[in-house]
Design a protein around this ligand. Structure first.
Ligand SMILES: Nc1ncnc2c1ncn2[C@@H]1O[C@H](COP(=O)(O)OP(=O)(O)OP(=O)(O)O)[C@@H](O)[C@H]1O
Ligand SMILES: [Mg+2]
Length: 243
């Protein structure tokens, strides 16, 4: 299988503040990995560093064997990110947004690519509506479709289901499950049931450090809890001693 992501000793500071404090993290190729942690834990910063969207102060990051610092040109071709803030162009229609993505990535048959994603993501009825007029859930779905246009090998999704209603979230879960095996997916979420249901592996961060890493099952066992949410609260609590 091999590793899609290898992070060693990653440190990222903003001025004197250390947002990511020396983390090590490996993600297997073809797996779905969830990065968890309370607000400000350092999840988005870790993703940004891994995608080459922010510089970092120490450590080494490899994506599919390429070094983020010295081989970024190669990495750019094989990764994509759907950021925490949705990245759709509000004044363009759904179809135009997808055509634009196809243009950005130099895809020859842009019309066919747009049509394929419109069908795959159930956007047919909305295809001629301006993206800014869609509900949050539909915008998220469009955002995910746009991120998939270049067929990335590694896809980063920062809180893909934020603000979705229960059904829209479940629909998106289905889309995410379909991505498994096709690519490596790294996502962040505050919905622990989501992480437990979808992911092959999770890491829980706090104050820029990784507290635990493993499967949700392993983490529950380690914390001595039946519920993943309880395990999360215990592990991220102030009085939890490691091991
Ligand atoms: N551009 C920045 N300048 C200064 N501090 C920053 C910057 N970006 C993030 N931080 C700080 O770094 C820490 C980690 O932020 P990060 O966005 O990685 O957290 P997160 O785990 O993604 O949180 P959330 O769940 O709220 O999205 C926070 O304390 C945040 O305030
Ligand atoms: Mg974040």
């Amino acid at each position: 299988m091999g590793k899609a992501i290898e992070i060693k000793g990653l440190v990222k500071r903003y001025g004197k503040f250390t947002a990511v404090d020396g983390i090590d993290l490996d993600v297997e190729s073809g797996s779905l990995f969830a990065l968890l942690g309370e607000n400000g834990a350092g999840k988005t910063t870790t993703i940004k560093a891994t995608c080459g969207l922010t510089r970092f102060d120490a450590g080494e990051i490899k994506v599919c064997g390429y070094d983020v610092k010295s081989e970024y040109g190669e990495i750019r071709k094989i990764i994509n990110v759907a950021p925490q803030e949705t990245a759709v162009a509000a004044r363009l229609t759904v179809k135009e947004n997808l055509l634009l993505s196809a243009d950005l990535y130099g895809i020859a048959d842009r019309a066919r690519t747009a049509a394929k994603f419109i069908d795959e993501f159930g956007l047919r009825e909305a295809e001629n509506k301006r993206a800014g007029t869609l509900s949050g859930g539909m915008q998220r779905r469009l955002s995910l479709a746009m991120a998939l246009v270049p067929e990335p090998k590694v896809l980063f999704l920062d809180e893909p289901t934020l603000g979705l209603d229960v059904r829209a979230r479940r629909d998106l879960w289905r889309e995410l499950k379909n991505l498994k095996d096709r690519m490596t997916v790294v996502l962040t979420t505050h919905y622990l049931e989501e992480a437990e249901t979808l992911s092959d592996g999770v890491a829980i961060m706090k104050n820029g450090k990784i507290l635990v890493c493993g499967t949700a099952e392993e983490i529950k066992k380690r914390a001595g809890e039946y519920s993943f949410e309880e395990a999360f609260l215990k592990i991220t609590g102030d009085d939890y001693a490691q091991n």
